[in-house]
Design a protein. Structure first.
Length: 144
């Protein structure tokens, strides 16, 4: 199965104290082992780093640790999906058409990466937002 793990799933999988860690970690394990064809939006690399280094954990995740986690768990295992200028225009046009505002645009970018790479499933903790920004892909959204 060809899957795209969204940022929420990756955060939960990498942070042991996250309340959804036990739901997300098996997906990352399967992806890293090669039993799933693992895709990730390029955008998620920066978003994952940002969230990991900004989480109110004690001790905090250092920039070095966050960088290592991203490299070892995502960059080394996933097919990274870049978005072109035309893809960004498509996403912004879709957001305008659907009259959506704010941070949901970042989920729309991840949905565009999933659409572009032809994944079978987006694995996410926030299926509602993905169904809003990509209604025609609703059957490909797997909320865990």
């Amino acid at each position: 199965m060809k899957v795209l793990l969204d940022t929420s799933t990756l955060v939960a999988a990498l942070v042991h104290s996250h309340p959804r860690h036990s739901d997300a970690f098996p997906w990352l394990q399967r992806a890293r082992s090669g039993s799933l064809e693992f895709h990730c939006a390029n955008h998620s690399l920066a978003e994952l780093y940002s969230i990991l280094t900004g989480m109110p954990l004690r001790p905090r995740i250092s920039p070095s640790t966050a960088r290592r986690l991203v490299a070892e768990n995502v960059e080394s295992a996933a097919t990274l999906v870049p978005l072109s200028q035309a893809d960004y225009r498509t996403v912004l046009d879709r957001m305008e058409l659907l009259q959506m505002t704010g941070g949901v645009v970042y989920d729309a970018l991840i949905a565009r990466a999933a659409e572009k790479s032809g994944v079978d499933k987006i694995v996410t903790l926030n299926g509602r937002d993905f169904r809003r920004v990509w209604p025609e892909g609703a059957d490909r959204i797997r909320e865990i």
